[in-house]
Design a protein around this ligand. Structure first.
Ligand SMILES: [Zn+2]
Length: 77
């Protein structure tokens, strides 16, 4: 096993924050927006969504957020 936790199956990209949490990018479709993607920080729960597919903006947000977020992830058992 590589890493501390297994990736959820739908996570496409994962960024490690300086606080030790992760920012995960995964599809987050809704009925109105079936091609929506979201980046969600596991430390502070900040998120960024793009309504029309995987975009450079989603990855840029995840990269930038991972470099500044010092929130710690909730411990898991
Ligand atoms: Zn965060």
């Amino acid at each position: 096993m590589i890493g501390k936790t297994a990736w959820p199956a739908n996570v496409l990209f994962r960024f490690l924050t300086i606080g030790g949490a992760t920012v995960d990018i995964a599809p987050q479709p809704t009925t109105a927006l079936p091609d929506r993607y979201a980046a969600v920080c596991g430390g502070c729960e900040a998120s960024y969504t793009n309504p029309t597919g995987m975009s450079h903006n989603v990855k840029s947000w995840a990269q930038a957020h991972s470099e500044t977020c010092r929130a710690l992830p909730r411990p898991t058992t």
